[in-house]
Design a protein. Structure first.
Length: 435
């Protein structure tokens, strides 16, 4: 982003502002007229006490490059201070923050909870800065965690009440049925006997069965039906695709010629293969997984994918040859177990090179936006000479809904991948009490 001159800063009224990165807690706003980067005065306490490291710099959401704040804490910068309703930027569901209120009002909750905690700390006579002038608020929040969490709960309740009276954001969205109908995904129904009460995962039996030891998950229940119908079945979900991507794309992702490579340290997955410092170190581009990464290296991406083998036998050989070289990247993508590698290799045999290449490009173009939501099962018919009738299946229990990641994957699959997909709904038709 081009930096403004001092004359431009003093003359421009900053009437045309756009959020630089909506998912930064301390938001920056770019002026379209003078290219200044501003923060709003209503975020002063966040800038001083909670997020001082974000007060003077940010990251451009489009280029993923760092940028400097040139006009800090200016008056009337954010949407609220301008009397406008801000656009919604909902987050993904997270443990402890899966409700729509948490997902849509995440920044309001964070901001208000911290403002109130700072006020509480002042009332208690607690110092907000240390002898070195550095903020102590984060340490105080950890030290007085119960108080902070109590404040946060009150804030969430107040925002929830306010939303019911006068919503700031629109939670309305298409139903699961509408998404499936639009994407022409067929649902197959499986009646089952549910074991109650549920302990851990849902367990089911065939109708009229009372053999509790043979109860299985809904995914295995559907897989058993498929096997009886003469189909081969592999449990899938997302990790085999992560391993497939890491193994066949590591040379493009970690290309030594990429000027934006930097050392990346991350915790050993379940402690596996970590060094003495508990970390695994590798090389990654600073915009890895973003659409920017793919567009920035579009020519190299095209060349790499086109260079991959066109026969299953050759692609399997290359996969095996590259497996040890891709170990760090598989670790980074949580696809480090032997079963992940085995299943990803099997995907090459099931899908064939051309479909694998489409999947690799699909992931490369927006990895962090597309790496989740893959179906539970893949099934196929196999003869001595070929694999045919490949189909992916997402399994749902009676009350289970599609997650946001699954909805996104179904829509993207309909538009881009066009893998054969169906939903298997295991209905609670009978119940059997657990002793």
């Amino acid at each position: 982003m081009k930096q403004p001159t001092n004359t431009q800063r003093s003359v421009c009224q900053h009437a045309l502002l756009a959020i630089v990165n909506p998912y930064e807690l301390l938001r920056k706003y770019a002026c379209r007229e003078c290219q200044a980067v501003l923060t709003c005065s209503c975020d002063q306490e966040l800038a001083l006490y909670v997020l001082p490291h974000q007060a003077t710099r940010g990251v451009d959401a489009q280029t993923r490059l760092p940028l400097q704040v040139t006009v800090p804490l200016a008056h009337g910068v954010c949407h609220e201070c301008r009397g406008e309703t801000p656009p919604a930027f909902p987050t993904r569901p997270q443990r402890g923050a899966a409700s729509l209120v948490h997902r849509y009002y995440w920044r309001e909750i964070y901001k208000q909870a911290n403002h109130r905690f700072i006020e509480w700390a002042r009332q208690q006579g607690l110092p907000l800065t240390g002898p070195d002038g550095q903020s102590t608020v984060t340490a105080l929040a950890h030290q007085h965690r119960n108080e902070f969490e109590a404040i946060e709960r009150v804030v969430v309740d107040e925002i929830r009440d306010q939303h019911e009276k006068e919503p700031k954001y629109d939670f309305a969205r298409a139903s699961d049925a509408d998404v499936l109908a639009t994407c022409q995904v067929v649902t197959e129904n499986f009646p089952a006997c549910y074991i109650t009460p549920t302990i851990g995962h849902v367990q089911v039996l065939p109708l009229n069965s009372k053999d509790l030891p043979s109860a299985v998950s809904v995914e295995e229940f559907v897989a058993q039906h498929m096997r009886r119908a003469g189909r081969q079945v592999m449990f899938c979900e997302s990790r085999p695709f992560h391993a497939l991507y890491a193994t066949l794309m590591w040379l493009w992702v970690q290309d030594p010629g990429d000027s934006r490579n930097r050392p990346a340290g991350f915790g050993g997955r379940d402690g596996t293969d970590a060094g003495e410092d508990g970390l695994i170190w590798t090389i990654l581009p600073d915009d890895f997984g973003s659409p920017v990464h793919a567009s920035r290296r579009a020519d190299e991406l095209k060349e790499h994918v086109e260079s991959l083998p066109c026969t299953t036998k050759e692609m399997l050989w290359l996969f095996d040859y590259w497996t040890p070289y891709a170990q760090d990247l598989r670790q980074y993508l949580w696809a480090y177990q032997a079963t992940d590698v085995k299943r990803s290799r099997r995907l090459i045999e099931i899908l064939g090179p051309e479909q694998v290449k489409r999947i690799l490009r699909f992931l490369a173009e927006d990895y962090w936006g597309r790496y989740l939501g893959w179906p539970d099962l893949v099934s196929w018919r196999e003869s001595a000479s070929e694999i045919t009738n490949v189909e992916f299946t997402e399994v749902k229990s009676s009350s289970d809904k599609l997650s946001d990641d699954q909805r996104d994957w179904i829509v993207n699959n309909s538009k881009l991948l066009q893998l054969p997909l169906k939903i298997a709904k295991v209905h609670r038709t009978q119940r059997l009490l657990r002793p």
